[in-house]
Design a protein around this ligand. Structure first.
Ligand code: UDP
Length: 321
């Protein structure tokens, strides 16, 4: 019998590449699509020798087509770091809106199940804490993060419309801060900033006074949650993340501890609209995803991320082996 086939947009990105691996391991033929503006071919290089893996360099905001059958589309293409939104505001808006529309259209044409990568940014700078899926959020549409937040909120609305109007099988995951191997060096997010700084012995750039909170999920826990959601019957958005909340200052101290660095902290201005708190309420994920629960402790996950960052800094000649 022919294997099921999945298209993963953003397949050369951090999360996309981990999903390519998971779907291959689950017996899928995988087509990864990426325009490589924030993705990196190095993330999927090891998969090129796999007969069931294919890569297409393509911008999903243009018309997309895939020859042959498709059983699933995972829409993970998007800039994902606040610095990227500032540099790529139009692309961020287009991939969340036009890219989602193209993916939904293709899913409908092929009779494929469509899973949207949405985000905790839908909750903006939240006034309810922790954030359950029933909270509608507090987003500034015209601030610097609005291009991402509103694109993803539009993407959710569009996905629900295809589900309700066309009867398409859709799933929506709201992803909270996730970390692990293959995050892009210098992508501006907090771990890709802190870990290389710690490894080079430079001060860690804490924004604001570091009292803002985040809750960090290891990539393998996220991928397991997405796999379960994909296979579940849950049609409404579902939070996936780790509720282990901490301040950014505590996070910086943990990175220094794990890397064994002697770095200090240096305080920089807080970016506009930076959420003050963020913690997923995962009550629903536990219930609908067969008792799914994040399992990887922050210290273990950071050690794995450390190997990935160190190897790449060595390869770039920025660190001695
Ligand atoms: N942050 C920081 N220093 C950095 C990069 C980020 O203190 O060099 C802070 C940022 O202000 C935010 C948190 O770390 O409060 C997480 O930022 P990130 O860009 O990773 O993603 P966000 O959760 O804001 O989308």
């Amino acid at each position: 019998m022919a294997k099921p086939r999945v298209l993963i947009t953003g397949g050369a990105g951090f999360l996309g590449s981990h999903l390519c691996e998971r779907f291959l391991a689950e017996g899928y033929e995988v087509i990864a699509m990426d325009n490589l503006i924030t993705g990196d071919i190095a993330n999927i290089e090891s998969l090129f020798s796999t007969a069931d893996f294919h890569f297409e360099r393509r911008d999903v905001t243009e018309y997309i087509n895939v020859a042959g059958k498709l059983d699933a589309i995972l829409h993970f293409a998007s800039p994902a770091s606040p610095i990227d939104y500032l540099e790529l505001p139009i692309q961020t808006l287009k991939v969340g809106s036009l890219g989602t529309h193209n993916g939904l259209g293709l899913a409908r044409a092929k009779g494929a199940r469509f899973l949207l990568a949405s985000t905790s940014e839908c909750y903006g700078d939240p006034l309810i804490h922790p954030q359950p899926e029933t909270y509608w959020g507090n987003v500034n549409p015209v601030g610097p993060r609005g291009v991402y937040d509103e694109a993803k909120r539009f993407a959710e609305a569009m996905t629900m419309a295809y589900q309700r109007y066309h009867g398409l099988q859709t799933r929506i995951v709201r992803i909270f801060n996730t970390y692990g191997p293959r995050m892009r060096l210098n992508d501006g997010r907090v771990l890709p900033a802190f870990m290389p700084q710690a490894l080079r012995g430079e001060p860690l750039t804490v924004f604001g006074d570091g009292s803002q909170t985040r809750s960090f999920c290891y990539v393998d826990d996220l991928v397991e949650g997405i796999w379960r959601l994909f296979n579940s019957d849950e049609l409404l958005p579902t939070n996936i993340g780790n509720p282990n909340e901490m301040t950014i200052r505590q996070f910086a101290e943990e990175v220094i501890r794990i890397t064994g660095s002697k770095s200090d902290l240096v305080f920089k201005p807080l970016p506009e609209d930076d959420p003050k708190v963020r913690q997923p309420d995962i009550t629903k994920a536990r219930r609908v995803l067969n008792n799914w629960e994040p399992k990887v402790a922050l210290s273990d996950g950071l050690k794995n991320a450390l190997v990935s960052f160190r190897d790449r800094l060595i390869a770039a000649g920025e660190l001695d082996a």
